[in-house]
Design a protein around this ligand. Structure first.
Ligand code: NAG
Ligand code: NAG
Ligand code: NAG
Ligand code: NAG
Length: 394
């Protein structure tokens, strides 16, 4: 009884603390603007430490707005946009601002293209006035918007990204940059944000990640470990070969599905390109396919070309797995959130690495022992296979 009461009290206490901390951290109504700008309505936006402030005049449907970003860097651009076509970047009617290297704060309007381009252009609605300022890490865009009925309540998008030279460059694709979208109603004063909800595209990304991490990132390395170390145990017989084949073929089958989801994701997101991730993915898929095709050309074990085929098979195999692991980490970067996935995968890699190290040591012990017994028996034949394997290993 006492215990649960204490727990409840403690819980409410921490809840209160965290509530007051978060309202302290974000309270747009406590900001004051230079030039005595006063806004009757304001809303903190859930991502990228931004807030939107405005006065709306129903008589002429204009809104004077201020879009404010705290903790702004002068090597970044900021943008805020209305998008009647959807909760997305493409098609946005945007206001952009950044500090030009000549010291001027530039502010202009642009219609964001499907590729994310932000060339100055006039909007589908009037913007009779736009300016921007940068004061002690706070960047603000001031503008007057001539709204229409359909624009009074619509989608809003906001963004921040690095400058490349004196032009806006591609923004990062972190969780915050992807979720900085919501709605605004200039009349009622309400603002919503998609916030942390997972969109269908997020789910597709997750499926893509799981399929590829499990296939290329786990099944294939396990298959290699099986082939490399199980061979040594004579008692296991040819089992290693079948286990290896099962791992690699199921890995390849799941991997092809994962690869296809990646290609689909890429073509569904014009303007968002993870170039390195994409190129690596295509390379890995090509190498994996080559590996499958090479099985058809595999010479018999005693064929004189079998050694070369083995070297080829091992080289492509190891290259594929190493590139896959690199690309899985590229994928985690693109995913942004889901830090736990990265940790889990690192855990799996450490485990596989430890298993490989132990088995490597055991293999060497066995091979050395066999060599000794073999040379004392003057019976070299049985050792040959392992001898050549060790040579390749070294
Ligand atoms: C925000 O700040 C204003 C003025 O400082 C204050 O009156 C208001 O209660 C604050 N709102 C919240 C939610 O803390
Ligand atoms: C719209 O109306 C308000 C108040 O009536 C006025 O202050 C503002 O200048 C007007 N804006 C435009 C662009 O006409
Ligand atoms: C800085 O460059 C911008 C863009 O070229 C130009 O519009 C602006 O007038 C320049 N400002 C100064 C002080 O030269
Ligand atoms: C435009 O904004 C600037 C700076 O906020 C202000 O000085 C100017 O009076 C405004 N012009 C119009 C036409 O509203």
């Amino acid at each position: 009884m006492d215990k649960s009461l204490t727990t409840t009290l403690l819980f409410s206490f921490f809840l209160l603390i965290s509530l007051s901390v978060s309202s302290l951290a974000q309270n747009c109504s406590s900001y004051s603007f230079t030039n005595n700008h006063k806004y009757s309505t304001c809303n903190d936006l859930s991502q990228l430490s931004c807030s939107l402030h405005w006065n709306y005049y129903p008589s002429n449907m204009t809104a004077d707005i201020a879009f404010r970003k705290t903790g702004a860097s002068t090597s970044n651009w900021i943008a805020w946009a209305l998008n009647p076509t959807g909760p997305q970047m493409a098609g946005s009617q945007a206001l952009v601002a950044y500090l030009h290297s000549n010291g001027t704060m530039l502010a202009y309007t642009t219609q964001v293209g499907a590729s994310g381009s932000m060339q100055p252009a006039s909007l589908n609605f009037g913007v009779p006035n736009i300016s921007a300022e940068n004061e002690g890490g706070v960047m603000t865009i001031f503008a007057t918007l001539q709204l229409s009925t359909s624009l009074v309540s619509t989608n809003q998008v906001w963004q921040e990204g690095p400058l490349s030279g004196d032009n806006p460059g591609q923004h990062p694709l972190n969780a915050q940059n992807r979720q900085s979208v919501g709605t605004v109603n200039f009349v009622s004063g309400s603002v919503t944000s998609t916030g942390a909800t997972t969109t269908p595209k997020d789910r597709k990304r997750n499926v893509h990640g799981v399929l590829n991490a499990v296939s290329w990132g786990i099944l294939m390395p396990v298959g290699i470990i099986i082939a490399r170390y199980l061979k040594v145990f004579k008692s296991a017989g040819p089992a290693w070969f079948y286990l290896h084949a099962i791992c690699q073929t199921s890995g390849y089958a799941v991997g092809v599905a994962g690869w296809a989801t990646g290609i689909k994701l890429g073509s569904d997101s014009p303007g968002i390109t993870y170039n390195k991730h994409r190129k690596l993915g295509i390379t890995i898929f090509a190498l994996g396919t080559l590996q499958v095709l090479a099985l058809l050309l595999r010479p018999k074990p005693d064929h004189k070309y079998r050694l070369y085929w083995n070297i080829y098979h091992h080289t492509i195999g190891y290259t594929t797995v190493i590139l896959s692991i690199v690309n899985i980490f590229e994928g985690f970067e693109a995913l942004g959130r889901e830090k736990n996935w990265k940790k889990a995968y690192i855990g799996v890699l450490i485990f596989l690495g430890a298993v490989a190290v132990v088995l490597e040591a055991v293999t060497w012990l066995i091979v050395i022992k066999r060599k000794k017994t073999a040379s004392s028996d003057k019976h070299v034949n049985g050792v040959n296979g392992y001898g050549s394997r060790v040579q390749q290993t070294a």
